[in-house]
Design a binder for this molecule. Structure first.
Ligand SMILES: Cc1cc2nc3c(=O)[nH]c(=O)nc-3n(C[C@H](O)[C@H](O)[C@H](O)COP(=O)(O)OP(=O)(O)OC[C@H]3O[C@@H](n4cnc5c(N)ncnc54)[C@H](O)[C@@H]3O)c2cc1C
Length: 414
């Protein structure tokens, strides 16, 4: 075990091999796009949808990673994964963000399958006919999906959902809207969540089911692309479903138990999010320490001013606490323990505090913190976004308070 990083030698060698793969196989795909990759004006079509060359490059990365065995290494063994566990899942994401910084215009971030877009544990609950049809293509990286839960009136409160799926003979007919669905403008399919039992749903006791919907199904439409942070395009879409008909074999998981299935993915996503914020924080703080040691004001380097030293010390303390929390949470998850409270604490703590770390890193850089070249603004955007996606901070606090006040968790977290 490395005393500083808390990473075991076999974990480190796996992480090193991921980075070697990225340098050998992903970097050339990125380089082949030339200036186009760095120029945001060429990244999107006028509608804001990603340009086909960028979508194709992402697919190339997934396919190369699948061939090398990295893409599905966190997926179940049943369909070719290696079930490497939650601890490595966190460490791998952390190492990607630490090495490459903010993910915009970086293809390295598509090396691992993510629950929103690729094969994941949720596919264990798909019917065998659907698995046989979809998994060979999905695990090879040739398909890209998206996760459709949020709607215009249902974000934090999924029980405000309106999309319905009604049984008609051997089929289900889906009607409704989804919003914020990441990767949907270029996706091959949507995992869409819809109300299948109004009484259970009204009682907030279930009643939601998950369906696999190929995006070429009649009645499905990407209404628009959502642009954020002043960008010219985006990855999130607003989707409509008008009498979208899918066969019963497309229902994933048990009837009316879709919410639990979604949470399985979301919990995994929150651990990756902790890797994102902690890796980004480390990337930014290392850059900031280097800068503070050379930039001089009032006859001293920034690193010699006590206020700046305090900023750096506070950021360091946050990184240490967040990482210790993430590793504890991941280890418990790998032991099969229920970590719902811990994951909420981790999501809340890392995203809220890493936003502060990135803000301080920008502050220490002065005007240089705002220029495109340092990419700190980009990391700051990422950190800002993580406080909302996959359950906003207030919703994590709501959950933590519920668990503590009801006595569901023991405050020692032993
Ligand atoms: C970039 C991006 C990507 C996304 N990708 C996806 C995706 O792929 N699939 C998907 O299904 N969804 C996705 N989402 C949606 C995301 O999950 C929601 O934005 C999030 O759950 C918050 O919902 P909302 O935006 O509707 O805010 P609201 O639910 O309207 O909440 C607004 C504010 O009020 C707070 N609030 C709400 N209820 C309470 C309460 N009881 N107590 C205190 N405060 C409260 C919230 O925390 C928030 O700060 C994405 C969102 C973004 C921005």
């Amino acid at each position: 075990m490395d005393r500083v990083t808390n990473i075991k030698p076999d974990e480190q060698s796996l992480i090193d091999s991921v980075h070697k793969f990225i340098e050998a196989e992903v970097a050339p795909i990125q380089a082949a796009l030339g200036d186009r990759f760095w120029d945001e004006r060429q990244h999107y079509t006028p509608s804001g949808k990603e340009a086909p060359e960028i979508t194709a490059a992402r697919r190339q990365v997934r396919e190369a990673s699948a061939r090398a065995g990295f893409y599905t290494m966190f997926c179940p063994k049943d369909y070719g994964g290696a079930e490497l566990g939650v601890r490595l899942w966190f460490l791998c994401w952390e190492s990607l963000f630490h090495r490459y910084g903010p993910p915009s215009k970086q293809l390295a971030f598509f090396v691992f399958s993510h629950f929103t877009s690729g094969p994941h544990e949720v596919w264990k609950y798909a019917k065998p006919e659907l698995q046989a049809e979809v998994l060979p293509e999905l695990t090879a990286g040739r398909l890209q999906g998206c996760f459709g839960m949020s709607e215009p009136d249902a974000g934090s409160d999924a029980w405000m959902m309106r999309t319905t799926a009604v049984r008609d003979g051997d089929d289900w007919v889906i009607n409704g809207m989804k919003q914020w669905t990441s990767w949907s403008p270029t996706a091959d399919f949507v995992m869409v969540y819809a109300i299948t039992d109004k009484a259970l749903f009204a009682a907030r006791r279930g009643g939601i089911s998950c369906f696999y919907v190929p995006t070429d199904t009649p009645g499905f439409k990407v209404e628009s692309v959502i642009k954020i942070f002043g960008r010219l395009g985006g990855s999130e879409g607003i989707l409509s479903f008008t009498d979208v008909r899918v066969p019963d074999k497309h229902m994933v998981g048990e009837l009316n138990r879709g919410f639990d299935l979604a949470m399985l993915g979301v919990r995994h996503g929150r651990l990756a999010n902790a890797g994102r914020t902690l890796g980004l924080g480390r990337w930014a703080l290392e850059k900031t320490i280097d800068y503070a040691k050379v930039r001089k004001t009032f006859g001293s380097t920034l690193a010699e001013h006590q206020t700046i030293r305090n900023y750096i010390a506070e950021a360091t303390a946050i990184l240490y606490a967040g990482r210790a929390m993430a590793l504890d949470c991941a280890d418990k998850a790998d032991q099969g323990r229920d970590v719902r409270t811990e994951v909420s604490i981790l999501k809340y703590f890392t995203t809220e505090n890493l936003f502060t770390v990135l803000d301080k890193c920008i502050q220490i850089h002065g005007g240089m913190g705002l220029v495109n070249e340092t990419r700190l603004y980009d990391a700051w955007h990422q950190a800002r976004m993580t406080r909302i996606v996959e359950g906003a901070s207030e919703i994590q606090l709501r959950q933590i308070a519920q668990h503590v006040l009801s006595g569901r968790v023991d405050l020692t977290f032993a």
